[in-house]
Design a binder for this molecule. Structure first.
Ligand code: COA
Length: 319
């Protein structure tokens, strides 16, 4: 049997840090409100010349180094992003050029905050079908470019960042399952719904979000898709060593843990340091917990995410 397994991970956060206190000068908000209602303490912002593929490059290079391979050993690049450098070519092609490699396939996956698990599912399928041996999977977003300067609700929760992993062919099982779902009829509830036509931007050019509706759906769907993943693998909640949820809001993560009867101390939470980084949030949390020694080889991991679309997804992996 051919399996795919994580060979190495990497992450990158831009240098510029925006604290809650910094945001008190911008919005009618407070450090206390942001901490209590979201859990975010600070977020990072890309510089004016820093694109999604620039962030992806550093995270990707770190993952490649951790995997102990050369960039030339990559057979496929899959980038999850909603804020690519350009409409096209893809962010994955920009990243490939910056990595200094040519020839391998390169494609983007757009599923907003669920994007990384969607990209992982694509990578896993390529490896299992023997079409690739090493796949670089990256989640990268610079959503700060699309934040409405007048909207405090979105202005405090989102940050920029990139996370990556190298998924490699292995005789031992790594990725055990992925489950992907979408319901496109709720598209306007969360997104940047404008378009470029005839040389002009049509529609509102900033992120819009119905926070309460998104909150409720996120909790419901992340619980649902986590249960689906556990049942598919005949696992119990107690079999999971670490939950790596999408890092949107601490209260969403605690509610999901509560509904699953999962010990929240075993949920990796990094959003206090980077806010919601869209497709980068799960690989950033994964990389952090691997590097600080919480996640060890052999651990059973459950990932779950929810995002614009709506999309929701889960993955079960043995690290
Ligand atoms: N600072 C201070 N007050 C704020 C605020 C901020 N940054 N943002 C919203 N408020 C206010 C609202 O205006 C409202 O005021 P009102 O009662 O006078 O009308 C009050 O706080 C409560 O608003 P509500 O929207 O019910 O707050 P909330 O507790 O639901 O928190 C979010 C708002 C956005 C943090 C929360 O809904 C959320 O996290 N939603 C999910 C967002 C998400 O995860 N998006 C990405 C999904 S992938």
């Amino acid at each position: 049997m051919i399996y795919s397994r994580i060979a190495g991970t990497g992450g990158y956060l831009p240098d510029r840090v925006i604290t809650n206190t910094d945001l008190e000068a911008v919005f009618d908000t407070s450090d206390e409100w942001i901490r209590l209602r979201t859990g975010v303490q600070e977020r990072h912002r890309a510089g004016p010349d820093e694109s999604a593929s620039d962030l992806a490059l550093i995270a990707g290079q770190r993952a490649i180094a951790a995997a102990g391979i050369d960039p030339d050993d990559i057979d496929l690049i899959v980038v999850a992003t909603s804020t690519s450098d350009a409409l096209f070519p893809s962010c994955a092609c920009h990243l490939q050029a910056k990595l200094g490699i040519t020839g391998c396939g390169a494609l983007d996956v757009t599923a907003a905050c669920s994007g990384f698990i969607y990209a992982l599912a694509v990578a896993d399928s390529f490896i299992r079908s023997d079409a690739a041996g090493n796949v670089l999977v990256v989640g990268t977003d610079v959503l700060s470019r699309f934040l409405n300067p007048a909207d405090r609700a979105t202005g405090v929760i989102f940050g920029d960042g990139a996370g990556a992993l190298v998924l490699s062919r292995n005789k031992e099982p790594g990725v055990l399952s992925t489950h992907l779902h979408a319901d496109g009829k709720d598209g306007d509830t969360l997104g940047v719904v404008s378009s470029i036509r005839d040389g002009r931007v049509h529609g509102f050019p900033y992120l819009t979000m119905d926070g309460n509706a998104v909150f409720k759906q996120a909790v419901k769907r992340m619980e649902e898709v986590s249960r689906e993943a556990l049942a598919h693998n005949s696992l119990k909640v107690g079999d999971i060593d670490w939950l790596i949820p999408h890092q949107a809001n601490k209260r969403i993560i605690f509610s999901v843990c509560d509904r699953l009867d999962f010990d929240p101390a075993k949920a990796v939470i990094t959003l206090d340091k980077h806010g919601n980084t869209t497709a980068a949030s799960i690989p950033l949390a994964l990389d952090q917990a691997i590097r600080d020694g919480r996640i060890r080889r052999g651990n059973m991991l459950l990932m779950c995410a929810f995002g614009s679309g709506f999309t929701w997804s889960s993955a079960v992996l043995r690290y």
